[in-house]
Design a protein around this ligand. Structure first.
Ligand SMILES: Cc1cc2nc3c(=O)[nH]c(=O)nc-3n(C[C@H](O)[C@H](O)[C@H](O)COP(=O)(O)OP(=O)(O)OC[C@H]3O[C@@H](n4cnc5c(N)ncnc54)[C@H](O)[C@@H]3O)c2cc1C
Length: 465
């Protein structure tokens, strides 16, 4: 239970910069504050830092980086900002969009130069909505590598971190200045630590069913695919302190999680020419608008499930992803030499699935317009043998949160600053607007890295002043 205790009490130990949460946002903030000369302490509820960062592909979008220049890619923060605003229908705060798109590239270059993180730009797959190749990842392209390397960098820098420290209470003076925190330990004891500045880096509220039901009712019963420890503590503390909150309905969903296996089925299965049907063997949407908004559409179908229908050619493409291979091993991918046989194997009505597949083929051949307006131009018809995977819609992470200024300093509704509170990553309001459709690939780690960097530098400056 996260609470705010209003009190002027003092603490036996006070640190200049205290960070709650050791995901990408918290570790980047800690490294930045340390570099700026402040003593930092990180509190993390798990015994090993992982967070949603470890569950991600670890791909961070940035424009105008040295890795892009080396690959001959022409890109700039302004173009990146325009892509974000277009995807989110101009809903995000343009000042925040300009801030994070300007900050993320230098932050990645600093992580590379100062801490040896060997980023490279993904230049063989253009993520939907990005006008340039700008996803940057580590060699394994995994979030596990990102979180491990950030943790190792923090350890190498000598940054203090207490794991198994679940912060439950913020202690704040009547004017909103945070004086310290109380953290529960596994043995039932409590750690009380004072702070001059506090950075909330404990992500959003995806793991809190009640908050999801309140703010994102269409995903109230959805599988949550992010880190379960992200319970919305930053949001609850911030609200109690009078922080402004924004876009709480914003989120990233995914309409293609194999069910019940619980394994992500790559969206390439759809983008390469597959389609989704419900239990009646009928399509229900233009799947190509985006995987994020597709989560709610799948959940609207009978039993909240759909089947993604594709073929062996697409299965080959999907096979480069470990998740797909795991789905095959788990028996989640069924096969059929004909559409009717596939329908039998997937327990779908064969006649209806044959009709649906024929209609999609006709749209691909340009013989008719697609019922749902999907542009199938240039997409090959599916060819035997066919594949089907039963999928459901999932919530990946929330995108709304505490409003911050250009230093990741948390603001009140009237625009004034809470005296010493900062927020980064999923704890802060992101740049995805108010709906699932506003999420541009990479928006999650964008604000983790960019706001983490800005929060760490600003908190260190304030603590030193
Ligand atoms: C399956 C999946 C794939 C994704 N892929 C991508 C991608 O490729 N690119 C991208 O940009 N984004 C992606 N995302 C989103 C991305 O993972 C997040 O936006 C990002 O990791 C958020 O970083 P963070 O540091 O804010 O949170 P986290 O990494 O979740 O870290 C928060 C930390 O705070 C800790 N914590 C929480 N509450 C407390 C408390 N009270 N006391 C102490 N500690 C606490 C948690 O244990 C956790 O370690 C993906 C998400 C998922 C789920």
């Amino acid at each position: 239970m996260s609470t705010v205790e209003v009190s002027d009490r003092d603490f036996a130990l006070t640190v200049p910069v205290l960070v709650i949460g050791a995901g990408a946002a918290g570790l980047v903030a800690a490294l930045s504050a340390h570099e700026a000369g402040a003593e930092v302490l990180v509190l993390e509820r798990d015994s090993l830092p992982r967070g949603s960062t470890a569950l991600s592909a670890g791909l961070v979008p940035a424009a105008g980086t040295r890795w892009q220049r080396e690959a001959g890619i022409v890109d700039a923060p302004a173009g990146f900002a325009a892509d974000i605003m277009a995807k989110a229908h101009d809903e995000p705060d343009p000042a925040l969009v300009a801030t994070v798109t300007g900050a993320v590239g230098p932050a990645l270059e600093w992580l590379g130069e100062a801490h040896g993180l060997p980023f490279s730009v993904v230049d063989n797959f253009r993520y939907p909505g990005h006008s340039a190749y700008r996803m940057h990842g580590l060699p394994s392209r995994s979030g596990e590598e990102l979180i491990d390397r950030l943790r190792q960098a923090a350890e190498a820098a000598g940054i203090d971190m207490i794991c198994d420290a679940h912060v439950t209470t913020l202690v704040a003076a009547p004017d909103g200045r945070v004086r310290g925190v109380v953290a529960g330990r596994p043995d039932g004891t409590a750690e009380e630590i004072g702070c001059e500045t506090l950075i909330l880096a404990c992500n959003g509220y995806g793991g809190n069913r009640a908050l999801v039901a309140r703010h994102i009712p269409e995903l109230a019963d959805a599988l949550y695919f992010g880190h379960p420890g992200n319970q919305g503590d930053a949001l609850l503390w911030g609200e109690a302190l009078g922080a402004a909150v924004r876009d709480l309905s914003g989120h990233q969903g995914h309409g293609s999680v194999a069910h019940p296996a619980g394994i992500l089925l790559t969206w390439a299965t759809v983008m390469e020419g597959g389609f989704q049907v419900n239990a009646s063997g009928e399509r229900f949407s233009n799947e190509a608008t985006g995987y994020s908004e597709q989560a709610a559409r799948v959940l609207e179908q009978q039993d909240g499930v759909a089947w993604t229908i594709f073929d062996a050619r697409i299965a080959d493409i999907a096979g480069q992803f470990e998740d797909y291979r795991n789905a095959v091993a788990a028996g989640a991918v069924v096969e059929g030499d004909t559409v009717a046989a596939l329908a039998e194997a997937a327990h779908l009505p064969p006649d209806a699935l044959e009709r649906t597949a024929a209609a999609v083929d006709a749209a691909k051949r340009g013989e008719r317009a697609d019922t749902f307006g999907r542009d199938f131009a240039g997409v090959a018809p599916l060819a035997a043998p066919f594949r089907a995977v039963r999928v459901t819609g999932a919530l990946f992470h929330t995108q709304g949160g505490l409003a911050v200024d250009g230093d990741a300093h948390v603001t009140r509704a009237d625009g004034t600053l809470l005296p010493n509170l900062y927020a980064a990553g999923g704890a802060a309001c992101g740049v995805s607007g108010r709906s699932a459709a506003g999420y541009l690939s990479g928006n999650g780690l964008l604000t983790a890295v960019a706001l983490g960097r800005l929060a760490g530098l600003a908190a260190a400056r304030q603590a030193r002043a």
